[in-house]
Design a protein around this ligand. Sequence first.
Ligand SMILES: [Zn+2]
Length: 431
Amino acid sequence: MEFLASDALRGRGSGTADELIAATYIASELRAYGIQPAGDDGGYLQRANLIERKFTGSPTLTITTPADGKQITLINGKDFVVSYLTREQFSGPLQKIDLGKGDFQIRERSVVLIKGKDQHDARQTAFVAAAQGAAGVILAGPNEPEQFEAGARDLPHLKPQLEGQAGSAQGNINVLELSAGAIKLLEGVPEGTVLEFEGLAATEEGHTLNVVGKLRGSDPKLRNSVVMLSAHLDHLGIGPPVNGDNIYNGADDDASGVAAVLELARVLGAGPRPRRTVIFALFGSEETGALGSEYFGEHPPMELGKIAADLEFEMIGRPDPVVRGDRLWLTGWDRSNLGLALAAHGARLVADPHTEQNFFARSDNFGLAKKGVVAHTISSFGLHSDYHEPSDDLVHIDFKHLNAAIGALLAPMEWLVNSAFRPEWSEGGQP
Ligand SMILES: [Zn+2]
């Protein structure tokens, strides 16, 4: 964790050279633990090609008032910055929402201006509005002029996609953050005013990396009922500075989960060979739409039907104050009988207490679950304020908790990888 979350790895940005270093390091650890490679061409790495659309000039947001057809053009890096983008063009009539005024109903294909005192709240609501069919969302932007300067210097890009994939893995989410002056201007125009975002973009090619290792089961029958342990190796990389720090170290998210998978690999690799085959998968590009795990789901090292269970480890570096002691929680607890079975074999595991956050659908397990694999995420994320901030660093890790949490999982994992237990979805539990 000390290495993965160090400044040397610059936040392990999805699809970057830093992600490659993290992946190479993890592969070397797996090799040292006696885990066999299960990636491309006899190695540990599995490479997924990505395509990314990047603007070649500053995109604009044009405001056309319905009454007189008068147009005002706002410019990226001057009047707004792009916060999240899955389309290079979007337009629609303006709808205004005030979070201080209670419930709202998003009008489909509108461009929604969200007003709220709390920026974190407004950002969360932006994703809700997008899910409800908004063509685009506009928020009050950062106050720091450097963020606008950075927006002008590094032209925005759309969220990357897997090569050959139709549509966006992230759905249709377009969020712009406007300067105080531009917000004022929008507040002054009536609802229904047409807003259009557009610009010229070109395709860039890239790739992301998964690390895949395998411990072949000793039992000729059970070895075809595979247990998979996973986490994501990427994080947010270098980003907007907060208090002078621009490295998003991602210690809890998700160097802690990688540490758990590596520690389980070390213990299982050192002991007598498990009866079942165990796959260790560390995914790239989770943070840009779970692209690595999606690619893995399409190019698994064995038929997906042979994978009996996947446990993804996410953010277990700090205790969750709403559960007792060093307990971890499992997302989608009621969706299958896996959580209960692990708890019955000594795992200090409880149901996810934050169901309103829909964490089951927010990590790598979800894509595999949609394909039928009984896949959940284990976590103890207590909604701390360092989430996705440069301050998610080693200083904020509770190593006593992390150590206890992983230690308590060893016995139930040893049971799982030696048993014939095959978890099943509950009625209606599979997404
Ligand atoms: Zn994560």
